[in-house]
Design a protein around this ligand. Structure first.
Ligand code: DC
Length: 229
């Protein structure tokens, strides 16, 4: 049987992980898994249910009970049968997801679901702890980065496209605060694994980032021929 491959992409907000992970998955015929969407889904449920984001016990219950399905190349996210693809991208959801993701039992519940999703397929999985915690043995690990300014501009454009105009200073502050929380938390903080390739996308086009990652995949998977889709 062909071997299943995990391509793990970690990095801070706005580094371009989703765009590149989706493209790679499409090109390789792998499953694209946006783990940030899963933390966002749990945060959305918590906010709607009026759960305090400091209530660890209730958050753990929600994370376990959440039926999260990702489909349509990462565009569609379902929570308990409801399409929440747009709701989880509302501006406040990024901070809420970051807060919820600092809760250790929430992480354990979602990591379990993430591993199960890669049980039957080769995957491109992106997040903050994929190479460090979810799949420490991933064949390919990438730490995708970009300058603070570029990341803020990308997020600004992203928000504008979704109909949420904002000021660049405000977006930069939000990203900085979220990164500090994601890097500083006790449980599975965002770190660059020693065996991850560091890629700064600031001055690169998407095609250049794609080429660099495809080369890594070829180098690390005996020319990329022998993996399962
Ligand atoms: O990738 P994103 O911006 O949609 O993620 C939202 C938040 O979820 C992010 O600020 C931190 C958290 N997250 C995490 O802790 N671990 C992951 N693997 C993915 C996301």
């Amino acid at each position: 049987m062909a071997k299943k491959i995990v391509v793990a992409i970690d990095g801070p907000a706005g580094a371009g992980k989703s765009t590149i992970a989706r493209r790679l998955a499409l090109k390789l015929g792998f499953l694209y898994i946006d783990t940030g969407a899963m933390y966002r889904a749990v945060a959305l449920w918590a906010l709607r249910a009026g759960v305090d984001l400091a209530d660890i016990h209730r958050l753990e219950q929600l994370a376990h009970a959440a039926d999260i399905r990702l489909s349509d190349g990462g565009r569609r996210v379902e929570l308990n049968g409801e399409d929440v693809s747009a709701a989880i991208r509302e501006p406040d959801m990024a901070q809420a997801a970051s807060k919820v993701s600092a809760v250790a039992p929430v992480r354990r519940a979602l990591v379990e679901k993430q591993r199960a999703m890669a049980d039957t397929h080769s995957v491109v999985m992106e997040g903050r702890d994929i190479g460090s915690v979810v799949f420490p043995d991933a064949e390919v690990k990438i730490f995708l980065d970009a300058s603070e300014e570029i990341r803020a501009r990308r997020r600004l454009q992203d928000l504008a496209e979704k109909g949420y105009p904002a000021a660049v200073e405000e977006v930069a502050r939000e990203i900085r605060e979220r990164d500090q929380r994601d890097r500083g938390r006790a449980e599975a903080p965002l770190v660059q694994c020693p065996d991850a390739a560091y890629l700064d996308s600031s001055g690169l086009t998407i095609d250049q980032v794609e080429q660099a990652i495809l080369k890594l995949i070829r180098d690390r998977t005996s020319n990329g021929k022998d993996f399962a889709r």
